[in-house]
Design a protein around this ligand. Structure first.
Ligand SMILES: C[S@@+](CC[C@H](N)C(=O)[O-])C[C@H]1O[C@@H](n2cnc3c(N)ncnc32)[C@H](O)[C@@H]1O
Length: 399
């Protein structure tokens, strides 16, 4: 949560003073005064509203899930409906549907007309037009189940989310994902990648490259868009065997045959193919431990020519007001998956520099809630790794 702390600019003394004030503002004995005094009641109101949000957020989510599962938005897409008509369609007693509709109305998902019929409100429209959003609402139910007993969740690994992501290391080594498992997670990622792809395309001029390789390409949505937008570019795709097969099919169907190469492998055990002067890693790092990411970045560095670039894009821990909830969500989501973690742009900057990359640039994209983009370049230096710890010891200029 982003707290209002205007005195933090005054350093330690300012912060300590502000904390003392905040404590006084929480004193139960002062509450009657604080809630009515014109100088303090806005703080009390703001905090109360914020705490309400925290305590009741799960109910809001379940209102959304109920609307999605009952297809309330689709049913209201063309015509406004009365509660009675809707109750018949969704087969829920009207007396129980009305509170759901009231809740959805207060959350800005639907609205009530003067004649009492319900119609869509602003927030439901993107949910209808982007299938990935509803798919994520449903998928999040796995996390919701895992979090039912949060203290148990924190003490032990495993659970529904961990099962859903078979490529993340388990307590014991896991088998490679089956085609069925990989198709399930790849379809979900593909739907939700729509927004991320926009950030990536807006954040970099792909036209300056000859060949781009998307590592962890999923079903190839990014490479399809890049290939269609930049006809001179050659494309390479790298992912686990069952996933790269899905990507290959997509690119063929998009008419990009002859311009792309698919590489099936694991970046944990295989080197990355050479030939690309831009490597993209989109929503890959956050799934894995620091050790795996450090190793992957080093492999990317080795695969690139001097002057080649690495573009990394994924949601990151960023202290922006509108991203507080997203960060809290990703911290838990990634922990539930297994080994990965939400990193800050600075965490990545450190890992990139350790792998040998220079000129690390944070690209300002319009919607960092979907992905923060970092672009780094391989200059003419070879990082030397200690063979056991893989920590870079020094730079040697090879030019
Ligand atoms: C979270 S998905 C992201 C997919 C895509 N880049 C996107 O943004 O939608 C992670 C991808 O990394 C791939 N992956 C996971 N472990 C891998 C490994 N060891 N080697 C190659 N690909 C791997 C998965 O199969 C999956 O396609």
């Amino acid at each position: 949560m982003v707290t209002l702390a205007p005195w933090r600019w005054l350093g330690d003394w300012g912060q300590r003073s502000w904390q003392r004030v905040e404590r006084r503002l929480s004193d139960p004995q002062l509450y009657p005064f604080l809630r009515s005094n014109p100088l303090t009641r806005w703080v009390t109101r703001r905090r109360t509203a914020r705490l309400y949000d925290l305590m009741s957020g799960f109910a809001n989510t379940q209102v959304l899930v109920a609307c999605v599962r009952l297809k309330v938005f689709e049913r209201l897409a063309h015509d406004a409906l009365s509660a009675k008509a809707l109750a018949q369609q969704v087969q829920v007693p009207e007396s129980r549907l009305v509170p759901l509709l009231g809740a959805a109305q207060s959350l800005g998902l639907i609205q009530r007309r003067r004649d009492g019929a319900y119609e869509l409100a602003a927030l439901a429209l993107p949910l209808l037009s982007h299938p990935g959003l509803q798919a994520m609402v449903e998928h999040n139910q796995l996390l919701y189940q895992d979090l039912a007993e949060p203290e148990v969740f924190l003490r032990q690994r495993g659970g529904h989310m961990h099962e859903f992501w078979p490529y993340v290391e388990g307590m014991s080594e896991r088998a490679a994902p089956s085609s069925q498992q990989s198709q399930r997670y790849s379809e979900l990622m593909d739907l939700s990648q729509v927004f991320v792809v926009e950030e990536v395309l807006a954040g970099h001029r792909f036209g300056q490259h000859q060949c781009v390789m998307d590592v962890g390409c999923g079903m190839g949505r990014l490479m399809t868009r890049v290939g269609q937008q930049y006809p001179q570019l050659r494309l390479q795709l790298f992912d686990l065997p069952p996933v790269v097969a899905l990507a290959s099919e997509r690119l063929q169907q998009a008419g990009l045959g002859g311009r792309f190469e698919c590489h099936a492998g694991s970046f944990k055990t295989d080197p990355l193919p050479r030939g690309a002067d831009l490597i993209t890693l989109v929503r890959i790092g956050h799934d894995h431990s620091d050790e795996v990411v450090a190793d992957l970045l080093r492999k990317a560095w080795e695969a690139l020519p001097v002057g080649g670039q690495l573009l990394l894009a994924e949601p990151m821990a960023i202290a922006e007001l509108d991203q507080a909830n997203a960060s809290a969500y990703f911290h838990f989501y990634l922990m539930a998956m297994g080994d990965g973690r939400l990193r800050s742009p600075l965490d990545y900057e450190r890992l990139l520099k350790q792998a040998g990359f220079d000129r690390v640039k944070h690209v300002r994209t319009g919607m960092s809630i979907h992905a923060h983009v970092i672009l780094s370049t391989k200059l003419g230096f070879t990082p030397v790794f200690n063979s056991t710890s893989k920590v870079r010891l020094t730079h040697i200029n090879v030019r």
